[in-house]
Design a protein around this ligand. Structure first.
Ligand SMILES: *Cc1c(COP(=O)(O)O)cnc(C)c1O
Length: 487
């Protein structure tokens, strides 16, 4: 009951009726110039039509030279600070025991609070190691929705992925402020069905990407911890977008308004036993990741495995300079003003679209705005990949690159081979950190609004090529009935 009262009080904030811009805490002193090719693409619709046809209507297969504004992903695409670049010059490239490893170790222990660190070249490498070590074939792993690479590694290790997210997470129109929450009843049901010993760990993602960049609440996490303690199930965090989750807790959850993001991050981690992280998001680097945990046995096993797949345990597939940049990025990422300005920029884009009546996932996510393709193109059935078609149409309209997050990303069920039909059929527009300004948000919003006005003319796609796993990266399509979206 107290929860409901809390939610009502937060409603206005979540809906952002009076939008306020928060300027970022930096000045720009170096810029990346766009190429002549990119400017041609920006100015010439025929060139874009040609490019997307060549790319099989898959925005992943476009060359960067063919993209004007790139909202494909916020992964590794952010701008590093002068402080991080300075750190790159201090790379200690010793094979063993690099200084930069110890700086990273200190940053992870200091900011996240875990005892042991195993660096990896990316987040998925950490997921691979964790899944291999903890999962036995036939296990079930509960998750609050899924992340593509996390689920694939769970399944490769022999587990069944089980969704225990709250129902609201699957409803793009629900204003629930914590759509990343775990439905404890669903988890209890799973424990009852398969037994505690078939659940190697509870996998919880911060600021759930597939739900639209949606946070869990501290209240939910602490209850989850309690339930898992009762059944002796470890809680493993995918903390790739942890600071955005912490910021939403600061803004939306009673009792956290005066806590710093850094304190909230620490508190979240304190409820978990370990973490896998892609440093390419929160930690403001172009490459890097890690696994960290408190259990010494798991740490020793992970350390033994990282040398097989990644490199020595003091570099894990990274150069010394990469570890230094990540260590410095970890301190920068938890600064309140940085997170506030970052999320605010995403919310500004969402706000412009909402005002124009464009269907997007609400509340606006922390790292991306998600167009709701089911409501945008209701005449295109899911079998004709409406999100894929919409992302291609947006590119043709504007040179803006987004990403499909629907039936294509969901892939096929490993047992039946049938396509998984997710409730959410979305186009993600992920905003790279510290790389774009307000004018870019306005340009993107205007292009989407133009597209929305002629939406009835959009057509679907058929898939002509796919890979067995993570097919969204390389799948190819053809428009059904000629052209994608008439002018
Ligand atoms: C990006 C990401 C990963 C995988 O990390 P990579 O560095 O791309 O391998 C895992 N989980 C989440 C939530 C992510 O966003």
């Amino acid at each position: 009951m107290t929860q409901c009262v809390k939610f009502e009080a937060m409603d206005k904030d979540v809906k952002q009726e009076d939008f306020q811009i928060i300027p970022p805490p930096y000045r720009i002193k170096v810029v990346e110039l766009l190429s002549k090719e990119q400017m041609d693409i920006a100015n010439n619709r025929e060139r874009r039509e040609e490019a997307i046809a060549k790319a099989g209507y898959n925005t992943f297969l476009l060359k960067e030279d063919q993209v004007y504004i790139d909202f494909l992903t916020d992964s590794g695409t952010g701008a590093m600070s002068d402080n991080q670049w300075a750190g790159m010059m201090l790379g200690d490239e010793a094979y063993a025991g690099s200084k930069n490893f110890y700086n990273l170790d200190k940053a992870v222990r200091g900011v996240y609070g875990y005892r042991y660190l195993v660096p990896t070249h990316q987040g998925r490498a950490a997921e691979h190691i964790m899944s291999e070590l903890l999962i036995r074939p036939g296990d079930s792993v509960p998750n609050n929705m899924y992340f593509t690479t996390r689920r694939v590694h769970q399944e490769l290790a022999g587990a069944t992925w089980v969704d225990v997210s709250i129902d609201e997470a699957h409803d793009p129109e629900s204003w629930h402020p914590f759509k990343g929450n775990v439905d404890l009843k669903k988890l209890q049901g799973l424990i009852k069905d398969v037994g505690r010993e078939r659940i190697p760990y509870m996998s919880i993602e911060s600021n759930v990407n597939m739900a639209g960049g949606q946070p869990f609440s501290m209240d939910n996490l602490s209850s989850l911890r309690q339930l898992c303690d009762e059944h002796k199930i470890p809680v493993m965090l995918d903390g790739t977008r942890l600071v955005e989750n912490a910021y939403f807790i600061q803004r939306r959850e009673a009792g956290y308004e005066n806590k710093m993001v850094r304190q909230i991050v620490r508190e979240i981690c304190s409820y978990t036993d370990g973490i896998t992280v892609s440093g390419k998001k929160d930690a403001l680097v172009n490459i890097g990741g890690f696994l960290a945990c408190n259990d010494k046995k798991l740490f020793l096993e992970a350390k033994a495995m990282v040398v097989v797949y990644e490199g020595l345990h003091t570099y894990g597939g990274l150069a010394g300079r990469d570890m230094e940049a990540m260590a410095r990025g970890i301190y920068e990422m938890v600064q309140d003003r940085h997170v506030a300005a970052r999320v605010n920029q995403v919310e500004y884009l969402g706000h412009l679209l909402l005002q124009a009546g464009v269907p997007i996932v609400v509340p606006v996510g922390g790292h991306a705005v998600f167009l709701d393709a089911k409501r945008f193109l209701p005449h295109i059935p899911q079998e004709h990949y409406p999100s894929q078609a919409l992302s291609a149409a947006l590119y043709v309209e504007s040179g803006v690159r987004g990403m499909e997050r629907g039936v294509v990303s969901s892939g096929r069920d490993p047992v039946t081979g049938l396509e998984r039909k997710p409730k959410l059929e979305l186009v993600r527009l992920a905003v790279p950190r510290r790389a774009y300004g307000c004018a870019d948000m306005e340009f993107v919003a205007q292009a989407i609004i133009r597209l929305y006005k002629k939406r009835k003319r959009g057509c679907g796609l058929k898939m002509v090529y796919e890979t067995e796993r993570l097919r969204f990266f390389q799948a190819r399509f053809k428009p059904i009935g000629g052209s994608l979206m008439e002018r």
